[in-house]
Ligand binder design. Structure first.
Ligand code: ADP
Ligand code: ZN
Ligand code: ZN
Length: 733
């Protein structure tokens, strides 16, 4: 027998994949079953857990006696809009992540717990006579006194004005319908830009205007636009113009950035334009601030929210536009837990809400380019720099057989000298921090190694330590070889060594470094960026932090120390990623009055991919890669899911995947290809082994069927092995 009656679907905060059915007891103190988006507390096994109501229905496939009743309702009003609930549910299914954990993950900190929400100030007031709420039951003397007190305050009474017993009583009265309550965020209020006059925008050029028109052609329907604009083409101004139209219509705009802290200039440009309408949302904001943004966007439209990927899950009341800036950036894909791609979900969310979405980049991902070619996305180009700058000139320095001084070839140093002599500023890019890649004994061949990762330790000279960049292990630097006592030699360069080399070579020239070692605090970032902007710093050495959208006007030269990183990697996305990094960092040159040059040090001067970039065209580079992927049948022309087995016991992890593969293999659709099991590219990390089984299919549908089969039939057999399913994996590392 199936059950019927008011049944509530709850995504409980635990690792169940799907929401569970609960009963709404007939004798409930609350008259209506809770609405979608409200937190409730429910029994689960011997415990009670919190969860979010995601649906209400009249029948359950389970018999009544199996269904348990909801224990408590935790919120007076829904925390999430219905569309947001549907969105999270869809995303959790797509990425095969437990629905309840997905919901728990998107809530601001104060709401993640089972507790009723405490942070905002509650205001109680007596409903008007004609109010829709009808009180039930009789009242004691204390409650009547409290009602009278609330009634004396026309604005309502804040819960802070009551003692704990009074607050409890007021809550009960509100639940029973005698009082109404609303909430007001506590100080410090909504984190916005300092109040100021909104400034006029720069007049747009013809290409920018055309882009704005193309994007706004439909504002009341879904349309995805790839804004493919070379570095410095003024994409920000396009975002601003489009956002302004949306805000003026009383709707909100969401601008997703890969990282907010790294590009304070972009944020302040938007704050300049929209003043107090700008709200900032990312994980480094305090819980109170995040809560305030959450409440503000739920209340009304007209906000411009700048956020990192989690901002996609804010409960917007009136969202009118989503912009994903630097859409190619890998940090949009969450690499653990709920492994979603914020870029891909942004497109889905826009489709769900029937609103436009813009993906912007100077180096679009191959996925987005393929989507434009297939006619799914509108492709809009900005082909010229908007401001003063011109496209920089690229050249290669062949370093085969050359003696390098701390990573630099002689021709490179000469070019730097020329630029310094003519008052230029220089960026030196190497995506490896630390002093040296490894520490080696020239006599016996010993290499300092991180045992839990089985990979070389990086030398950090200033700290006088060896560091593992995979697991964070730290060791003091040995004075001599622990085996033979010979003097040890650092091998390969990192940014710290580049900086030291330059300090020696160009004494007195302002020098700074931008990487995670040099920048551990916000104020350090500000001062390094400010130093470079003001011109006090002439040479800035750094990792990919340099490649992030900075708009410095004095840069005349960008040096890429190792253009070959990524050229011959086993990861199928490595070349794409390398090209994007190079074009982005090169794009920092020549943004002012002076022309810019880019110098790539390489051992593969003949490589056709480098030549595509060299000729200044990311488009032809991307076209070549797309062709390769099409021929090999890799994304974007195929869909992938990666099953990862992780364990301290390599044998157990391997066997787990082997078993799944053997048992599942014959039942899978033959059009679904499997690769593996095989060790991950870096099979050992922090003492844990990782093995991969890769699923590949021409269609999304086939792939999802395969995922379902894996999840339905294969629970981990051994506690030692953790199985993770990564849908649309970014990296096979
Ligand atoms: P992108 O993000 O596309 O790399 P930015 O938005 O950082 O480019 O803009 C690059 C520079 O061009 C900025 O200094 C910006 O102020 C300037 N700029 C943008 N649009 C215009 C315009 N229409 N006229 C003059 N300068 C512009
Ligand atoms: Zn030795
Ligand atoms: Zn390690």
């Amino acid at each position: 027998m199936t059950s019927s009656g008011p049944i509530v679907e709850v995504a409980v905060f635990c690792p169940n994949l799907e929401p569970l059915d609960y009963l709404w007891p007939a004798d409930s103190r609350f008259r209506q079953p809770p609405e979608v988006g409200i937190r409730v507390r429910v029994p689960l096994g011997p415990r009670t857990v919190a969860g979010i109501v995601v649906g209400r229905k009249h029948a359950s496939p389970l018999p009544v006696r199996k269904l348990r009743a909801i224990r408590e309702v935790l919120d007076p009003q829904p925390l999430l809009t219905e569309t947001l609930c549907a969105f999270v549910l869809w995303a959790s299914r797509y990425y095969r992540y437990p629905a309840g954990l997905a919901f728990q993950g998107i809530l601001p900190p104060a709401l993640k717990q089972e507790r009723s929400r405490k942070r905002p100030v509650r205001i109680f007031w007596v409903p008007p006579e004609t109010g829709a709420v009808e009180p039930t039951g009789r009242l004691g003397a204390a409650s009547r006194a409290l009602l009278a007190e609330v009634a004396r305050n026309p604005e309502g009474l804040e819960d802070r004005a009551l003692d704990p017993a009074g607050r409890k009583r007021a809550r009960t009265l509100a639940r029973r319908g005698f009082l109404l309550r609303r909430e007001r965020p506590v100080e410090p209020g909504i984190p916005t830009a300092p109040e100021g006059r909104e400034r006029c925008t720069i007049p747009l050029n013809a290409e920018q205007l055309a882009a704005v028109r193309a994007i706004l052609k439909t504002t009341a329907d879904f349309r995805c636009t790839l804004l493919d604009g070379v570095t410095g083409s003024g994409k920000t101004e396009v975002y601003l113009a489009v956002a302004r139209a949306i805000l003026d219509a009383g709707r909100s705009t969401l601008l997703l950035l890969p990282e907010i802290a790294l590009t304070p200039q972009l944020t302040s440009r938007i704050e300049e334009a929209f003043g107090s309408r700008v709200l900032i949302y990312h994980s480094e904001r305090s819980p109170e601030e995040r809560q305030a943004v959450w409440d503000a966007v739920r209340e009304e439209g007209g906000h411009c929210v700048i956020g990192t990927r989690s901002a996609l899950f804010l409960p917007f009341a009136r969202l009118g536009l989503i912009v994903v800036d630097e859409e190619h950036d890998s940090s949009f894909k969450q690499q653990d837990g709920f492994r979603y791609s914020a870029r891909d979900l942004a497109v889905y969310r826009a489709r769900q809400l029937c609103i436009p979405v813009v993906l912007g980049s100077a180096t679009p991902s191959l996925e987005s380019l393929a989507n434009t070619q297939a006619g799914r996305y509108q492709h809009v180009h900005l082909t010229r720099r908007a401001g003063l700058g011109q496209t920089p000139h690229w050249s290669l320095v062949d370093i085969r057989g050359q003696k390098l001084t701390g990573g630099f070839s002689d021709p490179t140093l000469k070019i730097m000298e020329t630029h310094l002599a003519s008052d230029g500023q220089i960026l030196v890019y190497l995506n490896r921090r630390g002093f040296a890649r490894s520490l080696l004994c020239p006599d016996c061949g010993w290499i300092a190694t991180c045992t839990p990762c089985e990979s070389p330790l990086t030398v950090h000279q200033r700290e006088h330590r060896l560091l593992c960049h995979r697991c964070g292990l730290r060791r003091t630097m040995p004075e001599t070889c622990p085996h033979c006592g010979a003097e040890l030699r650092p091998r390969g360069s990192g940014t710290e060594r580049l900086e030291a080399t330059l300090a020696e070579r160009f004494p007195g020239v302002g020098l700074a470094r931008l990487d995670r070692d040099a920048i551990t605090r916000r104020h350090q970032l500000d001062s390094v960026l400010e130093g470079f902007r003001s011109g006090v710093t002439r040479v800035l050495v750094g990792t990919q932090m340099l490649a992030k959208g900075h708009d410095f006007h004095g840069v005349t030269l960008v040096i890429v120390i190792d253009a070959d990183q990524g050229l011959y990697s086993a990861d199928f996305r490595a070349a794409e990623h390398m090209g994007q990094q190079l074009v982005q960092v090169a794009g920092r040159a020549g943004r002012g009055l002076k022309a810019g040059a880019v110098v790539l040090q390489t051992r593969h001067p003949e490589n056709p991919l480098l030549h595509d970039l060299f000729d200044g065209s990311y488009a032809s580079f991307a076209e070549r890669l797309l062709e390769e992927r099409r021929e090999a049948g890799w994304p974007p022309y195929a869909k992938l899911a990666l099953l990862v087995a992780e364990s301290t016991d390599s044998e157990a992890a391997w066997t787990a995947l082997k078993t799944i593969h053997r048992e599942l293999g014959p039942t899978l659709d033959p059009r679904l290809e499997t690769y593996g099991p095989a060790p991950a590219l870096h099979p050992k990390q922090a003492g844990r082994w990782r093995f991969h089984l890769l699923l590949k299919a021409a269609s999304r549908h086939l792939l999802q069927l395969g995922c379902t089969q894996i999840l339905e039939r294969h629970k981990p057999r051994s506690k030692k092995v953790r199985l993770i399913l990564d849908v649309d994996p970014y990296s096979l590392d």
